[in-house]
Structures are given as structure tokens and as C-alpha cells.
Design a protein around this ligand. Structure first.
Ligand code: SR1
Ligand code: MG
Length: 411
């Protein structure tokens, strides 16, 4: 693996495309009208290339460092291979929920994929107060399909073990280990927040229950190779396309470079966390109807995941020992885990490195309360999951906390 390879630029993209004849019917390299760099993520370069016929392609290139920080934080570009291979594998069981991949360039770490410009990033849509009916249900189905297919139950032992070996992703897992499960619970250089939220960040550090449970969640993240996860399934990793009434046309999960074989609750928890962060934003902006809509999403996603996993269960391998009793136990365990992972992901997005536009684009007066609400909800959720894992009841509790903090009652 080399870290001296040519980076894509608006200037060299047309000739690059000309050298890839396999995509000559996708985009006309002789008639490129626009090359737009749209990489708003933390790691990579992403270009949307459009031709005069209005056809497009996305080129995503992994840099040999973390874009958010710069060359001082080197990072293997091999993550592009992981993303490519996971996308291909996930497409085998959930083609309708991932982008189409055209090719992978292993020398320059470039993935050429479907242009989803007619979609919107789900986070952007939620931030605007839009309702995408059906997206949470689809992501629940996506998670169920891909995780069942890559688990022991769907893949069988041989394919599962070979999959684990192929998808080992230590560098990106280390990012999650540090940023999600460690730094927010201790004083750390990369933590940051508004001065008014220092009291809330301190409360997290002083809450020994948080560090204790994060240790358990981190251990499971590092050791429990249940299925090939997306690995970073937040609302910025999902594209949605809806009709004028907000009804779903298409929903796609992309950007799976953090993919590895991990605990099934992790992807689900990432979704829940980002719904609760979106709820804090909607509440801060006094968008009552939108908050009502968002409050339904965690339950909707879980119900869809559960229904789809149950539907796949009869096709599992080794039915004699992988019994229906085991399924019930696993579903309960995954929901418990998912709430824990949600708490971890809520905390990291407020205190740790790499935040979310939901909260960061609020005016400070609203941002302080929204951030406080998310952190206190995380502290509640980490405890509540030991008593009750019903998602609708958890969401009601989250909503109460977020509401009280906004109005000053909870301060
Ligand atoms: C340095 S990478 C920071 C974050 O960006 C990605 O979206 C992951 O969530 C990662 O933790
Ligand atoms: Mg990403």
C-alpha cells in the first residue's frame, strides 16, 4: 500500500474518467459540464461529476490522512477498499438501500458510484424540518437484511469467519474506540463545547456510571463480531428521496468505511442517537410538529428491524441449536445494546471531536440547551435501559428532558 498517489482535482477528473471505459455509458468524459467537490464528511474527497446530458457520477477518494484534522493525523486509505467491499456485500442482500458501485481503483483508492444528487442527505433534510415518511422503516429493513445476511445465521460459519478476516478495520475502529467510548468521559484535548456547556461536560466526566457502562459497550464493540456493520450509520450517512408529500421514493445508506464485524446493536444505536439529536434541534427551534414526527422514528426503525429480522429467521442455518428462544434473547439483547450505543453516540457528538450540524448550526442561545438536553438524555438512557427498553417510552423520557432544558425548568 502506498500513500503517494495522485489526488483527484477538478482539473484531472475528465482525463481520469476517460481512462475508465467501463463507465463510458454512465457519464460522457468528453462533455463534462461540472465537477463539484462536495465532501462535507471528515475523511475524504468527494466529487460529483456531471455531463452535458445531465448524467452524473460520484468519485470518492480516500486521503492518506484525516481530512478534518489534516496530514498531522495519518490514516490508511485502505478504508476505501473496506467501504467498496462492504457496499458490494450489503448490495447482495439489500441492493435497493445502497448506492450502485461502478468500479474501485485500488491504486488511487477511488470508488466510482451512483450519483444520488436527486436525493438529500437525511441530516440536511431533518435540519430543514422536512419529513421523509418511510425512511426509518427502510433503514430498519436495511440493517436487518445486511446484518442477518452477514451473521452466522445468514452466512454460515465458513463465510462468516472469512468475512471477519477480510473486513478487519483496526484504524477506523480505533477512531470510534477513542472518540465514542473514551474521550468524552475524561478530560481530553480533542473535547470541546461552548463555555456554558462546561458544567454539562463535567457532569458526564463526574458520572462514574457513564465511564463504567462505556467500558462494557467498548469491550463489546471490540470483541463481539456478530455481523458486517455499516459502522457509522448516522443521518449523514443516509440519502433520502421523497415525493412532494414527503413519501419515500428511495432511501440509501452510504459511506460505510467504518465497516467491520461488530455488535448488531451498534448500527441501530447510531440511528437512535441521531434521531435524538435531531429531536433536540427541532425542540430548540420550537418546531412542534417536526419534533412529533422525529419522536416516532426510533420506534419505527426498531419495529422494522425486528419484523424483517424475524421474517429472515426461518432461513437461518443450524435450526436445531439456533432456536426461536435464542432469537427472543438476542432481540432483547440488541435493543439493550442499541440504547447503550445511542447514549455513547449522543455524548460524543456534543463533547468529543466531530460534531453534528443539527446542533452546531443553532444560535448559541438555543445550542446550549439543545446540547445539555442531549447529554442529560444520554445519562438517563444509559440507566433506563436496565429498567425498560421500550423505545417509545424511552423517547418520551428523552423528549421530556430536552423540553425541560430548553424552557429552563431542567437547569
Ligand atoms: C476523525 S473521523 C470523525 C468521525 O467522522 C465519522 O463520521 C465518524 O463518525 C468518526 O468518528
Ligand atoms: Mg462518514
Amino acid at each position: 500500500m502506498s500513500d503517494s498517489y495522485e489526488f483527484l482535482t477538478a482539473h484531472n477528473i475528465p482525463s481520469y474518467l476517460a481512462s475508465h471505459t467501463e463507465i463510458s455509458t454512465i457519464v460522457d468524459h468528453n462533455a463534462i459540464t461540472e465537477v463539484k467537490e462536495v465532501g462535507d464528511g471528515n475523511l475524504n474527497l468527494v466529487f460529483i461529476v456531471t455531463d452535458k446530458h445531465g448524467k452524473g457520477i460520484v468519485l470518492k477518494q480516500a486521503l492518506p490522512y484525516v481530512r478534518l484534522v489534516g496530514p498531522s493525523w495519518p490514516m490508511s486509505p485502505d478504508r476505501a477498499r473496506i467501504e467498496y467491499e462492504t457496499n458490494v456485500i450489503h448490495a447482495q442482500s439489500a441492493k435497493q438501500f445502497v448506492p450502485e458501485i461502478y468500479f474501485y481503483d485500488s491504486e488511487r483508492y477511488i470508488i466510482a458510484m451512483e450519483d444520488l444528487s436527486d436525493h438529500k442527505v437525511w441530516r440536511t433534510s431533518l435540519n430543514l424540518g422536512e419529513q421523509n415518511h418511510g425512511a426509518a422503516k427502510s433503514i430498519g429493513e436495511y440493517v436487518a437484511r445486511v446484518l442477518f445476511a452477514t451473521s452466522i445465521f445468514g452466512a454460515g460459519a465458513d463465510a462468516h469467519y472469512k468475512g471477519i478476516a477480510r473486513a478487519i478495520n483496526p484504524e477506523l475502529c480505533l477512531i470510534t474506540e477513542n472518540l465514542v467510548f473514551t474521550e468524552p468521559y475524561f478530560p481530553a484535548d480533542r473535547n470541546s463545547y461552548l463555555p456554558e456547556n462546561e458544567i454539562d461536560a463535567k457532569a458526564i466526566i463526574e458520572d462514574s456510571r457513564m465511564a463504567l457502562e462505556m467500558g462494557e459497550l467498548k469491550y463489546k464493540f471490540m470483541t463481539c463480531a456478530e455481523a458486517l456493520l455499516h459502522g457509522d450509520l448516522h443521518s449523514g450517512s443516509v440519502m433520502v428521496k421523497s415525493d412532494a408529500k414527503g413519501n419515500e421514493i428511495s432511501t440509501r445508506a452510504f459511506d460505510s468505511e467504518f465497516s467491520f464485524y461488530g455488535p448488531i446493536g451498534f448500527d441501530l444505536g447510531a440511528c437512535f442517537a441521531n434521531f435524538y439529536i435531531a429531536l433536540a434541534r427541532a425542540t430548540a427551534l420550537r418546531r412542534k410538529d417536526h419534533a412529533d414526527f422525529i419522536a416516532g422514528l426510533p420506534g419505527e426503525l426498531w419495529d422494522s428491524f425486528e419484523a424483517n429480522f424475524r421474517a429472515l429467521w426461518p432461513t437461518r442455518v443450524d435450526k436445531r441449536v439456533f432456536s426461536d428462544v435464542l432469537l427472543e434473547k438476542l432481540l432483547s439483547q440488541w435493543k439493550f445494546d442499541a440504547i447503550g450505543y445511542a447514549a455513547a453516540k449522543m455524548t460524543r457528538r456534543i463533547v468529543g471531536l466531530a460534531k453534528t450540524s443539527d446542533i452546531e448550526t443553532l444560535e448559541p442561545a438555543e445550542r446550549i440547551g439543545a446540547a445539555r438536553g442531549v447529554l442529560r438524555s444520554a445519562q438517563m438512557a444509559i440507566r433506563e435501559r436496565h429498567i425498560n427498553t421500550d423505545l417509545n417510552s424511552l423517547t418520551l423520557k428523552v423528549r421530556k428532558i430536552i423540553d425541560e432544558v430548553r424552557t429552563g425548568e431542567g437547569n
